[in-house]
Design a protein around this ligand. Sequence first.
Ligand SMILES: [Zn+2]
Length: 130
Amino acid sequence: MYISYGETDDFAHDGEYDSYLTSANRTDNFIKKLWNFTQQDAFYKGKTTFIITTDHGRGTEPLATWKHHGNNVKDTDEVWVIAFGDKIEAKGEILKEEQLYTNQIAASVAKLLELEIPTDSIGKPFSFIK
Ligand SMILES: [Zn+2]
């Protein structure tokens, strides 16, 4: 399943910081509810993995750049990724140990689904996928 939560981006572009934060919290709660459902459902429990990321960052400059992203905003190509659940080795924050790339997500999903696909053009699975 793929879910795209775009509300935070909309509020950021509108410059509505309070709504942006409220939306981020609402999205966190959506994810929490979905995770809790999978862990209480007999079919999904113990067989579900979440990989969550963003399609862009918001830069590393002070709040002046939080509203937008793109080629004109420094470091908006920097994103985060979090993975948890079945077949994920808990390693904590590994930013300092390993550079990750978004092109590794497809390969990671393929590995989780035990699909054999060539990884030379899509990156290698994340190292924390068992
Ligand atoms: Zn945007």
